[in-house]
Design a protein around this ligand. Structure first.
Ligand SMILES: [Zn+2]
Length: 335
């Protein structure tokens, strides 16, 4: 019998499954050109297509060792229900993070009002789906929307995920509109708390990192996507010294491999700090699993097994297996 190592399943705290279709397509343009192509794909989605294509993407996630995922969903209510079914089919524990989108983007992304958005949330909650709140970003949600969603999150005890500080332009626009940086606006509107996960925070400054720490909010880093889109390096030293909880997401799904996300994360930290072993293997594995479950409000999710007979682990001493996994293996060692 092959020797196997059991580990908590990896948790993908931030996914846009439909963006898997974009891999390899728009490597010539900048972030905003990529976004245009993303909108072209989003325009054509329908529930049947979501059901089949998401099931295929979630099956890839499951094979790579992700056993739970947060689908940050902004392409319609019927499509949200299809995403929940697709995850069930693939054996992924899904939390549907339903996006609130008040302005910009495509017609299909937007709700008419915060009340309209919360009606959609309630409708999903009455089905068997696990649901989280997701004001898309300070670009897509005005202050009024954020106020109302922040109040609802607090009252209902739901997790709240929001993109912030991924691109400098979003910060400039937020400063021009509100006189505040994005994370400061989230704090003022009641959207920053211990059940909040800020996605990216790539260009967060020290004052925003202080706010995250003060409010007990976490940050989801999406290293392979942030590299692919040229977002920049996350402020890892500032995040780590403040003890801000980190988790990972495959985001655009350009790659689906939790070990690669963790390796890219630690590799970035090493390059920034000019030293080795910045985060540590046990903490990295926790970032890839339990921290993501906490961000999604999950108490239980399936374990995974590592094939210790895999060629990538041949000759590795038992005490070195966890480190070899993070630093020397791809997701094909996981079953
Ligand atoms: Zn995202």
């Amino acid at each position: 019998m092959q020797a196997r190592l059991r580990l908590p399943g990896f948790v993908n705290a931030h996914s846009h499954a439909f963006q898997r279709a974009l891999r390899g397509k728009v490597e010539g343009g900048d972030f905003w050109a990529w976004r245009e192509s993303m909108l072209d794909v989003a325009k054509c989605l329908a529930p049947g297509h979501v059901r089949s294509s998401y099931a295929a993407t979630y099956a890839e996630m499951r094979a790579a060792g992700y056993t739970a995922a947060g689908e940050f969903h902004y392409v319609g209510l019927a499509e949200a229900e299809a995403a929940v079914e697709a995850a069930r089919e693939a054996g992924i524990e899904l939390v549907l993070l339903l996006a609130a989108y008040g302005r910009g983007g495509l017609d299909r992304f937007r709700q008419e009002s915060p009340a309209d958005y919360l009606r959609q949330v309630e409708s999903l909650r009455t089905s068997s789906a696990r649901v989280g709140l997701a004001p898309h970003s300070v670009r897509a949600c005005s202050r009024d929307w954020l106020d109302e969603i922040g109040r609802y999150a607090e009252r209902e005890g739901l997790v709240l995920h929001v993109h912030a500080d991924e691109q400098p332009r979003e910060i400039e626009e937020c400063l021009a509109e509100h006189g505040l940086r994005p994370i400061a606006l989230l704090a003022e509107t009641g959207c920053l708390g211990p059940r909040t996960t800020v996605v990216h925070a790539t260009h967060a400054d020290a004052s925003e990192l202080d706010l995250l720490a003060e409010h007990g909010a976490g940050v989801c880093l999406c290293p392979t996507t942030e590299a692919n889109l040229g977002d920049g390096f996350p402020p890892l030293a500032g995040l780590l010294e403040r003890g801000i909880q980190l988790c990972i997401g495959s985001d655009s799904n350009v790659r689906i491999d939790p070990l690669e996300e963790l390796r890219e994360l630690e590799g970035t930290a090493r390059r920034q700090e000019l030293r080795r072993n910045v985060i540590g293997v046990d903490q990295l594995l926790a970032i890839g699993s339990t921290a993501g479950a906490h961000a999604l409000g999950l108490d239980a999710w399936p374990e995974v097994e590592v094939d210790l007979g895999h060629p990538s682990l041949a000759g590795v001493e038992p005490g070195d297996v966890r480190a070899a996994l993070v630093h020397g293996c791809g997701a094909d060692v996981i079953s």
